[in-house]
Design a protein around this ligand. Structure first.
Ligand code: 2P0
Length: 323
């Protein structure tokens, strides 16, 4: 008899062209295409076992049982897709440095997509898996692939998926995560982006410039202009945060230390060090740089932040099964 179990690992990703708004809440179709870097340091391991005697799905996160309605809805989708009508026991472990506050739904749903479908005896292509992961959480679409990844917005379930972005440069890129605060975020991405879509007077311009940013950052990835690449990423992040400031009610994810980090990066640039920042739905700042500049950047950041608040990551792999 078939063992209805499988385990998978997926790494988190950081968007450089942000996804910030949906055109379809149910299918999780984004307003604009986005681009991210999958990271090697932060990942989720998920084990799924279908057990015929269960009367509902059971979910454990880091050893603790959790009631999560989003997981239940997602497992119903998995049953619909695979045709296996059995409840599952799900055990997830987030491998994120203690207090880093970088655990994300991206790695969670990418790992669960692969583990839950493989345990049901189904093997899907990575493109198909990215479409399944998308239904759990938008950013999970991109964590199915490694390195640089584009999530093609699309217009329906079939046309909204992730694909790898080929790079033609030797940057040997690194990302330094500066942990400013590890408390849970004030406003979830899901509700924050919805408020912005409904109320920001700048939303239309965001979609337009995000599409242009995507086109130009892909060009920079191809022709090797790191300065153009970093400048676009930084400005795209700030435009996303400007949407939040212009929403009604307005909100923001900045803490005083976020601004300290951003200014430190800008100061380094005036001294000729190539580094750029991005920020997501929380106060932590991520610095993008080349490996060759890493030591000098860390030395500068140590002036403001203790070393246990700085985490260095490199490009990481896509989702994979664990034996
Ligand atoms: C992203 N972020 O592209 C954006 C940019 C942060 C800023 O957290 O509602 O958790 O589950 O699809 O994927 C995206 O939020 O939201 C996000 P849902 P998700 O990574």
């Amino acid at each position: 008899m078939q063992h209805l179990q499988a385990a998978a690992r997926a790494h988190t990703n950081i968007a450089l062209i942000k996804y910030w708004g949906k055109k379809d809440q149910n299918l999780i179709l984004p307003m604009n295409s986005s681009l991210s870097l999958t990271l090697d340091k932060f990942y989720t391991d998920t084990f799924v076992e279908y057990l015929p005697n269960l009367h509902g799905d059971i979910f454990f996160l880091n050893g603790k049982q959790k009631v999560d309605p989003k997981i239940k809805i997602f497992m119903n989708l998995i049953r619909q897709v695979t045709g296996l009508n059995v409840y599952a026991q799900i055990k997830s472990t987030n491998h994120v440095p203690t207090a880093a506050g970088l655990a994300s739904s991206a790695s969670a749903y990418a790992a669960l997509s692969l583990a839950a479908t493989a345990a049901a005896g189904k093997i899907y292509s990575k493109t198909e898996l990215s479409r399944i992961a998308r239904r759990g959480s938008g950013s999970a679409t991109r964590s199915v692939f490694g390195n640089f990844v584009e999530w093609v917005a699309g217009n329906d379930d079939q046309s909204s998926y992730a694909r790898p972005v080929k790079i033609m440069n030797d940057w040997d890129i690194r990302m330094v995560a500066i942990v400013v605060d590890s408390r849970p975020k004030k406003i979830s991405s899901r509700s924050g982006m919805q408020t912005v879509v409904e109320t920001s007077p700048f939303y239309h311009s965001w979609v337009k410039t995000a599409n242009e940013d995507l086109k130009n950052i892909k060009k920079a990835l191809k022709n090797g202009s790191f300065e153009t690449f970093g400048t676009i990423a930084e400005s795209n992040a700030l435009k996303m945060h400007a949407l939040n400031l212009s929403a009604s009610p307005h909100f923001n994810y900045f803490e005083p230390q976020s601004l300290v980090a951003m200014n430190a990066v800008e100061d380094m640039r005036t001294q000729g060090v190539q580094c750029y920042y991005t920020m997501d739905a929380g106060p932590n700042v991520k610095v993008i740089c080349k490996n060759k500049d890493l030591d000098v950047i860390l030395e500068q950041l140590h002036r403001y932040f203790p070393s246990d608040h700085l985490f260095v990551a490199a490009p990481g792999p896509g989702v994979e099964l664990l034996n």
